[in-house]
Design a binder for this molecule. Structure first.
Ligand SMILES: [Zn+2]
Length: 253
């Protein structure tokens, strides 16, 4: 009988060598809602060695249409998201070392929360937290796979520190809508679509296929369906302050 990873190992660019790299790799998912939770599930099923989950929240009824890690019992039992997710992900693949961290990403814990990981996945929902995550990844030299989703659209960006534009290069004035991201709603398939693309980019990095990673910003609309690839953020050819090592959000030192 084939092993549990046989079908993905048979995919040429992945292979057994990629699987072995994946087994020794560790990712951190910051925010395990519709985006990060789905991406974490795909990484656990794929056989990632270690998975750190960062989220301060508890599952809620209005999460369940898109957040695949949680069920009705998780809402009723008032378990934290990271606790419920850890139970579920361990039931999917006991070989994955899941590390729950029930914390919000803050300037004083950002570096510690990301340290030791090979890739960072952005499952956040605030502009300020995302810029902090971007800075921390640049400082630590860890690739960041950013995704965002709202309504029926989203975006995808891979930040390779020192090798191209970062999140701030693309969005120097990134801000949240006045009514918050939830005001316009979001449909479940949009979140899982972007999360699937996000997990794919992370897996390319983790199996050693960095040359295949997305270059540019992918803008996805699902309603109606349209994908657009933007090549360059334009006037940030020399990099933004964060790319030059000037961090506004992280503590000095
Ligand atoms: Zn930058």
């Amino acid at each position: 009988m084939d092993g549990r990873y046989a079908r993905q190992e048979r995919f040429g660019p992945w292979g057994q060598a990629g699987q072995e790299r994946l087994r020794r790799a560790k990712a951190v998912v910051v925010g395990i809602g519709g985006l990060g939770g789905t991406a974490a599930m795909l990484l656990a099923r794929a056989g990632l060695g270690g998975l750190r989950l960062v989220d301060p929240d508890y599952p809620a009824w209005d999460n369940l249409h898109r957040q695949v890690l949680f069920n009705e019992q998780d809402v009723l039992s008032e378990r934290s998201k990271v606790e419920a997710a850890t139970t579920y992900l361990r039931s999917l693949n006991r070989a994955v070392a899941v590390e729950p961290r029930q914390e919000a990403l803050q300037p004083d814990n950002a570096l510690e929360l990301l340290a030791g990981c090979d890739v960072v996945l952005d499952g956040l929902d605030s502009a300020a937290a995302r810029q902090l995550l971007n800075e921390a990844c640049l400082k630590l030299g860890i690739p960041l796979v950013h995704a965002g989703v709202t309504q029926a659209q989203g975006q995808l960006l891979v930040v390779l520190p020192g090798q191209g534009p970062c999140l701030r290069c693309w969005f120097p004035r990134l801000s949240d809508p006045p009514q918050g991201w939830s005001a316009g709603g979001v449909i479940g398939p949009a979140a899982t679509c972007l999360a699937s693309l996000q997990a794919t980019e992370a897996l390319k990095l983790l199996v050693g296929a960095q040359e295949q990673v997305l270059r540019g910003l992918l803008a996805v609309e699902l309603w109606p369906l349209r994908f657009r690839l933007l090549d360059s953020p334009g006037n940030q050819a020399g990099g933004c302050p964060a790319c030059r090592g000037e961090y506004d959000l992280l503590p000095v030192g």
